[in-house]
Design a protein around this ligand. Sequence first.
Ligand SMILES: Nc1nc2c(c(=O)[nH]1)N=C([C@H](O)[C@H](O)COP(=O)(O)OP(=O)(O)OP(=O)(O)O)CN2
Ligand SMILES: [Zn+2]
Length: 127
Amino acid sequence: MPRWKLNTEFTIDSAHFIQGYDGKCGRMHGHTYKVRMTAISTKLNPSAYLKTPDMVCDFKELKWAAADFEKGGLDHAVLNEVIPVVTTAERIAEYLHTETMKRLPDGIELIVTVWETENNWVEYTAD
Ligand SMILES: Nc1nc2c(c(=O)[nH]1)N=C([C@H](O)[C@H](O)COP(=O)(O)OP(=O)(O)OP(=O)(O)O)CN2
Ligand SMILES: [Zn+2]
């Protein structure tokens, strides 16, 4: 069976602190998070901009979080004010997965990878 693996990467500059963390990460600080979205599908779909079934999904739908906070994304947001759970990289990846899946056609497997620093990253998939 054919299988497409669509990838896009973007960055989000944002502030956060980890509630309950007994150390420096418990204080407000910032990261340039790098995010990779991997969308896997065995069929192609139409999109809001292309009515024929020729995309896994539109890259635009995978990159919504890269937009400015005031335009619905997470760039230049205080993550603690947006994400309703503790803002570890693990939970940020889970949140991005949940919110992105709402924007995608059915039948897509999504993998979200979030780098908090160059050397620290997490990968999230919902099974
Ligand atoms: N499993 C996780 N561990 C930590 C997370 C996380 O999201 N998941 N987050 C943090 C903090 O947000 C912190 O900002 C990161 O700190 P740290 O890894 O210490 O990064 P530094 O670049 O400052 O590293 P140094 O070794 O202190 O220079 C912590 N842990
Ligand atoms: Zn941090």
